[in-house]
Ligand binder design. Structure first.
Ligand code: FES
Length: 327
């Protein structure tokens, strides 16, 4: 008990000794003269930051803007540049400063407290404090909104049904980049073709497919996919099931000793999919097979979808295996 009392007395005495030193007037920085021009400049800079920050979600949502990515970068950059410039002007022109030869010595908690008191009680040069505060809050909010905007690209949160939807269904014709209908006779072995659903939006993730041809005896499709590859022609989603890159390589011809089977390869991280057995993963980080599109050949020799994909298209997400692809 005695020790506690002594410690308390020492603490109180220490505080009493510090306060007079701080309050004596020597350490408190006196207010400076007003600087209306600097304040106006800060208001202007905060307004610029607010405008640019607010422009980010607008540009993000407005797909029709040409060079959208560049404008997004510009809006972000300017919002940060304006905010930084405003802070610099405040620091240099509107906050009074004190220069000391000796160290502030912030090792002791009491010293820190004293410094906080010094900052709180020191004068400043603001004449429109509330207006500047509001402008700063506006710029901060706009910047916050800009920073949160890209999170919208992570995809839908509550209703994920759109992720399962594709433009394919039975009877849809396969066309090439120019819109010309693909015919079974056009498809050669040892190469691959990119095809789209006729009259559909090609920007949709489920739209593009790769078409390849194998000898019918090379096929190793699961039993429930018999008839999905008429004349040995197979179609798979062009979107990699790892992170969504476009499948752009076809491993054919193969080097038999180490690569005996033809495969579709994603150039991003080299996920390799077995075309003969339904798009199974042979190599790489993809966690599920490439969705296969069942095909049919119509009376005129044209290639058509015979249904929808064997599974959801695109990179994987939480619960991707819970549903199949929908038209
Ligand atoms: S996106 Fe295809 S392997 Fe990573």
């Amino acid at each position: 008990m005695r020790r506690w009392l002594i410690a308390l007395v020492v603490l109180v005495l220490g505080r009493l000794r510090r306060r007079p030193e701080l309050d004596s007037g020597g350490r408190i920085v006196p207010p400076g003269g007003p600087d209306r021009r600097a304040e106006s400049l800060v208001l202007l800079l905060f307004a610029g930051a607010t405008l640019c920050g607010a422009a980010v979600p607008v540009v993000y949502a407005w797909d029709a803007i040409p060079d959208q990515t560049q404008f997004l970068g510009l809006a972000f950059g300017l919002a940060f540049a304006f905010s930084s410039a405003a802070c610099i002007v405040i620091g240099k022109r509107l906050v009074v400063t004190e220069e000391l030869e000796e160290d502030y010595g912030l090792s002791h908690p009491d010293d820190r407290e004293a410094l906080e008191q010094l900052v709180e009680e020191s004068g400043d040069r603001f004449t429109r404090k509330r207006l500047l505060f509001l402008a700063g809050a506006g710029a901060g909010s706009a910047l916050g909104a800009a920073l949160l905007t890209p999170a919208a690209s992570l995809g839908p949160v509550f209703d994920v049904s759109s992720l399962y939807r594709t433009p394919w269904h039975r009877g849809v014709r396969l066309v090439d980049e120019t819109g010309r209908a693909l015919r079974a006779g056009d498809i050669e072995e040892a190469t691959f073709y990119t095809a789209y659903p006729e009259h559909a939006d090609r920007e949709q993730m489920g739209a593009p497919v790769v078409v390849v041809r194998l000898k019918p005896e090379q096929l190793r499709l699961p039993d429930d996919r018999r008839g999905w590859a008429p004349a040995g022609i197979l179609a798979y989603s062009k979107i990699c099931t790892h992170a969504g890159c476009a499948i752009a390589l076809y491993r054919k011809p193969t080097f038999a000793p180490v690569e005996p089977r033809p495969a579709l390869v994603c150039p991003c991280h080299y996920s390799t999919f077995d075309v003969a057995n339904g798009g199974g993963v042979l190599f790489g980080p993809a966690g599920r097979p490439l969705p296969q599109l069942p095909l049919a050949i119509d009376a005129s020799g044209g290639l058509r979808a015979a249904g929808n994909f064997s599974g959801p298209v695109g990179p994987s997400w939480w619960g991707v295996r819970n549903h199949g692809a929908r038209s």
